[in-house]
Design a protein around this ligand. Sequence first.
Ligand SMILES: C[S@@+](CC[C@H](N)C(=O)[O-])C[C@H]1O[C@@H](n2cnc3c(N)ncnc32)[C@H](O)[C@@H]1O
Length: 259
Amino acid sequence: MTDSGGPARGRVWQLMGSATGAPSWDELAPWWRETFTHGADLEYEQQILPLALSHLAGRRRILDLGTGEGQLARRLVESDSRRVVVGLDSSAAQLANARAEGGGPSWVRAAGERLPFADGSFDAVVCCLVIEHAADADAVLGEVARVLDGGGLFLLLINHPIVQGPGSGLVDDTILGERYWRIGPYLQETRNLEQVDSGVQVAFAHRPLSRYINPLADSGLFLARMEEPEPPAEFLAGSLDTDFERSMPRLCLLRFENR
Ligand SMILES: C[S@@+](CC[C@H](N)C(=O)[O-])C[C@H]1O[C@@H](n2cnc3c(N)ncnc32)[C@H](O)[C@@H]1O
């Protein structure tokens, strides 16, 4: 998954949650900041942030739903100072890190399931690697549709659920000399705790793509574009079969437009 895997970073964290639950995003905030922001993660730098910025070009009132420590929200303002950008997150610790960085966006603590904004407040909403962690995806999608204006755009970035779902991944069978991609159950909606780093577990919800596309269509938001980029070249370093691994996407970007 995109907020897992990738090159090992060496540090051991102690964020394994308990038998009954995963660490909260308040607990995960230091790990997130150190591992995925300020240029630490090449997938963000080379792929996720440039793709999101290019799709949001020309949009002026943008909500970054699940902003984390605000790396995308800040870059949206840096790339166009006329923008009004709101970074919203349910985690106080993530937002404290965002506020400490400053940088132009305004920061709001709220759940994506109940957005504290009037109907039609934004011309774009972006949700970057967030919906997999949301308790109620339908409520989040309904709120996104409500706060977008008539020509609104919704950019949804997710771990690719077809090939990156639970139980999926590269199998390197050194005994049989086989190397293949195992695909876990796709149609089944599941919630899983995944070990994503040394000493770090994160809760993920797996849902098939139709679970996002159809409710949004029912709200008038239609899929206009889909991107499935190859993994960044550095992820393939050391691969025994670069062509094969290059053909397995990590990220899925879905662009919805209000019609
Ligand atoms: C993997 S981080 C991604 C952060 C940021 N979008 C980025 O790409 O750098 C997921 C974030 O989503 C937030 N989040 C999860 N569920 C949420 C919800 N229902 N409402 C608002 N924020 C949520 C978490 O607190 C966390 O900061």
